[in-house]
Design a protein around this ligand. Structure first.
Ligand code: FAD
Ligand code: FES
Length: 280
């Protein structure tokens, strides 16, 4: 029997981005598409929210994809099979919006967001929808989960900023081709904020239902601390309990970006300390 929060599988998908299967049976039993967990790497470490990219309720495992962004995520990506996370809380947040729709469903992933859209793509497909995936990256060596996206979706578009694979440019270039070709009823975009904002701006005049997953800074994940406060449709919302998915046409992205930068100074100090500890 594995230990609680033990890493059973580890794979570096692309540099600095690692997929883990972790034994977390209680979370795995209750998980739904679009939800996330909050984990700690060490007892004194900070809590970081991570999307779920899959789960196996019988084996009791959850699958997460971690990109080394700062101190805690870097420490997490260094863990190996047999190591344990200090703790994992979840599932947190609401299930992604899924329904049977008359037009095409488009799911868009950038970076770790490609893992996050997979469960929703699967649910949408199971309801009988036509599902098209778009995966975007700076270059082809940074593209994630192409094969798995192809298994789930009816069609997959690849975009790379440098043109090394697929369409040269951004995910919006692929989306443009799709909306010019067929009726799109629903878009889900998960990834960097500029990507989610650009997608939302593109679909607003077309009146396409658009969901984005807000990667606000989170602490408790239960609506108590207020760290993940955001503004959606002129209302104050907490991304951890009201989201993480929100109507992209109503999100105040400028506020989200400003709040994401609140602790830049402290984040740099923490990362510098990690580098010193590694050298020592
Ligand atoms: C709902 C949700 C799902 C996410 N899913 C994933 C995922 O599947 N894979 C993945 O690699 N990353 C995911 N993230 C982002 C991940 O939580 C941050 O990269 C991580 O917290 C950074 O912490 P750090 O100490 O490594 O970096 P730091 O140097 O502390 O921070 C780097 C940047 O990450 C953001 N950040 C820092 N602390 C937090 C925090 N406690 N909560 C949220 N953002 C923070 C800030 O914008 C900050 O500027 C998700 C975030 C949210 C809110
Ligand atoms: S993380 Fe504390 S209110 Fe959302």
């Amino acid at each position: 029997m594995p230990k609680q929060f033990e890493i059973l599988y580890r794979e570096e998908l692309v540099p600095k981005t690692v997929l883990f299967n972790v034994y977390a049976p209680l979370a795995a039993r209750a998980m739904q598409a679009g939800q996330f967990i909050i984990l700690r790497v060490t007892e004194k470490g900070e809590r970081i929210p991570i999307s779920i990219s899959g789960w196996d309720s019988e084996k009791g495992t959850v699958r997460i994809i971690l990109m080394a962004a700062g101190r805690t995520s870097t420490e997490a990506t260094l863990l190996q099979v047999g190591d344990c996370f200090q703790d994992i809380v979840g599932p947190l947040g609401r299930r992604s919006h899924v329904e049977e729709l008359p037009g095409t469903v488009v799911v868009i992933g950038g970076g770790y967001g490609t893992g996050a859209i997979l469960p929703t793509a699967r649910d949408m497909k199971a309801l009988g929808n036509k599902v098209i995936g778009i995966i975007g990256a700076r270059s082809d060596n940074l593209l994630l989960l192409e094969d798995e996206m192809s298994d789930i979706c009816d069609e997959v578009f690849i975009t790379t900023n440098d043109g090394s694979k697929g369409i040269q440019g951004f995910v919006t270039h692929a989306l443009e081709q799709i909306v010019n070709r067929e009726t799109v009823s629903y878009v889900l975009a998960v990834g960097p904020v500029p990507m989610m904002k650009a997608v939302s701006e593109m679909t607003r005049p077309l009146k396409i239902q658009t969901w984005v997953s807000l990667n606000a800074i989170m602490v408790d994940g239960t609506g108590m601390c207020g760290a993940c406060r955001c503004t959606v449709g002129d209302k104050t919302r907490f991304a951890c309990i009201h989201g993480p998915d929100f109507n992209g046409h109503e999100v105040d992205f400028a506020e989200l970006v400003a709040r994401q930068k609140m602790f830049l100074k402290e984040e740099k100090i923490a990362m510098d300390a990690l580098k010193i500890e590694e050298v020592a």
